[in-house]
Design a protein around this ligand. Structure first.
Ligand SMILES: NC(=O)C1=CN([C@@H]2O[C@H](COP(=O)(O)OP(=O)(O)OC[C@H]3O[C@@H](n4cnc5c(N)ncnc54)[C@H](O)[C@@H]3O)[C@@H](O)[C@H]2O)C=CC1
Ligand SMILES: O=C([O-])CC(=O)C(=O)O
Length: 269
């Protein structure tokens, strides 16, 4: 079996789950060869406590260590992670996929050097069926997201509009627009809408309503797709991880995607 050397950028809610699983050897065909962290001392202590023996390296040095980097860091540093790997013709699995929209040059870089940007299903569902439907004609894609107000705190859109999530006492529609606009206003909250748009009809035709809803404890996403091959009605209720903005299933989606890389049997598109 081929072995893919993996580097992880960001040891937060997603990165730590992922690092522990790969290092334990539970994903055949993968080996953890490097990590990058903002706080090196904290990362070193965590790696030691977990018994993970892997170097902490600069993002620029990832290509020397890995075939594939998993980006699970703040959206703002996507360039620092993707540029060296893609220039070296390597692969990057991107969780902060909303940050790809204003940076089409990263996709060009992948094309020019024979690298690849992989956007996993992440905290969503149904991208298999949406990509299949996109091979025919999709008429519309609509998403409705409901999150507990604390899962939205800090979003630039809320800051700009002066919306206080502590003051929300009943379900409140706080945003309605395209996936592209949502990615700008909520870069750490609705990467899922961008993944959906990239699978289907693009960020300017995919629409999303975002509700701050104190009656829910999970991050809930509902999707309606109308196409010439199928009508899809999908829903997922994500249990938040230690990061209230991020569903627990996100790291598991990355693990499932990594397992498929070199598996002798591969299920799903
Ligand atoms: N595509 C999807 O379905 C989903 C995407 N996400 C996105 O994935 C990303 C990661 O999410 P979480 O793990 O929950 O975030 P997190 O905030 O728990 O972890 C991010 C980590 O990156 C580290 N970091 C910051 N600057 C760094 C640097 N220069 N180099 C290396 N590490 C650095 C931080 O110290 C932190 O440990 C976020 O952008 C989030 O919005 C989250 C959930 C679903
Ligand atoms: O976990 C979720 O429900 C979705 C999320 O944070 C994102 O799309 O960035």
């Amino acid at each position: 079996m081929t072995t893919t050397r993996i580097a992880i950028a960001g040891l937060g809610a997603i990165g730590r789950t992922l690092a522990a699983r790969i290092a334990r050897g539970t994903i055949p065909g993968t080996v953890l060869t490097a990590v990058a962290a903002r706080d090196e001392a904290k990362a070193k202590a965590w790696l030691a406590a977990e018994g993970i023996d892997v170097p902490i390296v600069a993002l620029a040095d990832f290509p020397a260590h890995a075939d594939l980097a998993v980006e699970c860091a703040p959206a703002a540093i996507i360039e620092e992670i993707c540029t060296p790997m893609l220039t070296a013709g390597k692969k990057v699995m991107v969780l902060s996929c909303g940050a790809l929209l204003p940076r089409p040059h990263l996709m060009e870089l992948a094309k020019t050097h024979g690298g690849q940007i992989i956007v996993p299903t992440g905290a969503l569902l149904g991208l298999d069926a949406v990509t299949a439907a996109a091979e025919g004609t999709i008429h519309s894609v609509r998403m409705i997201t409901r999150k507990p107000p604390k899962g939205l705190v800090g979003a630039p859109y809320l800051v700009e509009k002066g919306l206080d999530m502590d003051a929300v006492k009943e379900p409140t529609l706080i945003f309605s627009g395209t996936a592209r606009e949502a990615a700008k206003g909520f870069p750490a909250n609705v990467n899922v809408a961008v993944a959906l748009s990239l699978a289907g009809i693009g960020p300017d035709r995919t629409t999303i309503d975002i509700w701050a809803d104190p009656t829910v404890t999970r991050n809930c996403h509902a999707i309606e797709v109308d196409s010439d091959s199928a009508k899809l009605s999908l829903a997922i209720e994500n249990i938040p991880s230690e990061n209230p903005k991020t569903g627990r299933i996100t790291a598991l989606s990355v693990i499932a995607a990594l397992r498929k890389l070199n598996a002798p049997v591969r299920v799903g598109t």
